[in-house]
Structures are given as C-alpha cells and as structure tokens.
Ligand binder design. Structure first.
Ligand code: SF4
Length: 154
C-alpha cells in the first residue's frame, strides 16, 4: 500500500516566501524537488514573522554565544541597533513546535545561518558562529530532526 505523504516543516523563505529580514527569499528548487521525490509535503513556516516581527525588519543576532543561552533565559536576541527582540524569537520557536505537533511533523528543513532557523551555523555577537538558531535548537530539544539547507538553488 502506498505511504501517505510525510509532512515536514520547511523555512518559508526556502519555498519562495519573501519573508527574510530584507524582504527577499531563498527559494531552493532542488530542495522542493527532493522533498517531492521523497514523498514529503512541505509545511512552510517563518518563525520571525510568526513571532510578530514584520518584513522587512532589522537584522538581528544572538547576543553573545548560543541559542541555548537564549532559551535558558541567559542571553537576548538583539537587532543591529541593540533593540531586544528575544520575545518574538522565542515565540517564533514555540510556534514552530506547535505547528509540528499540529501536523504530526517529526522533521524540519531549515535555512542555515539564520539566528532562528540555522542548524549548523547561526549569527551570534554580530558574526557567523557554529551552532543552531533559536527555533532549530527548540525543535531539536523536543525531538524534531533538523536538517540545515543553504538555499538559493535552481
Ligand atoms: S530563515 Fe527562518 S526566520 Fe529567516 S526568513 Fe527564513 S523562515 Fe523566516
């Protein structure tokens, strides 16, 4: 019997939504084809918009070290002007997990280097560092398998 499609969470900008901080997207047609070939249905989600941040919005990064520190209440997420956007980032992460629970999602494909979605790399202290963003860390803590995607492939 044919398996039903597996729902997976995907960073909305990878699917062409213009939800980046600069109102651009990171559409990845290779990812879209791979998901379809693997029998997966993409559920688009942008944590930063979900958390209430508009588009466009100022760039932001984890204050000093890691998403773990943010989620443990030890650090903030700040814009380039020093505005505290921790609460919307944490709300976005919570919304991502709620979306996974709602759709029975166990796997997420997330845009690398984002302070929300990055899986292997994110931005902290104003520079690129190893480690996940806030949403990727929150999903991983709750047993969702996360895979980083660079994006922008035809
Ligand atoms: S990387 Fe994540 S937070 Fe940033 S625009 Fe894409 S979906 Fe939204």
């Amino acid at each position: 019997m044919e398996q039903p499609p597996e729902p997976v969470l995907v960073s909305a900008c990878l699917l062409g939504r213009e939800c980046r901080y600069d109102a651009r997207h990171n559409r990845d047609s290779v990812l879209e084809r791979e998901l379809a070939a693997r029998g997966m249905t993409a559920i688009p989600f942008c944590p930063e918009e979900h958390g209430g941040l508009g588009t466009p919005r100022p760039p932001a990064w984890i204050e000093r070290t890691s998403a773990s520190a943010v989620l443990d209440g030890k650090e903030r997420v700040l814009t380039d002007a020093g505005v505290d956007v921790t609460a919307p980032f944490v709300a976005g992460a919570a919304g991502a997990l709620e979306t996974c629970e709602l759709h029975g999602i166990r796997r997420a494909f997330l845009k690398e280097r984002s302070p929300s979605c990055g899986v292997c790399n994110t931005h902290a202290g104003g520079k690129l560092v190893a480690g996940p963003g806030v949403t990727a860390e929150w999903l991983a803590r709750h047993g969702i398998a996360t895979e980083g995607v660079e994006g922008r492939r035809e």
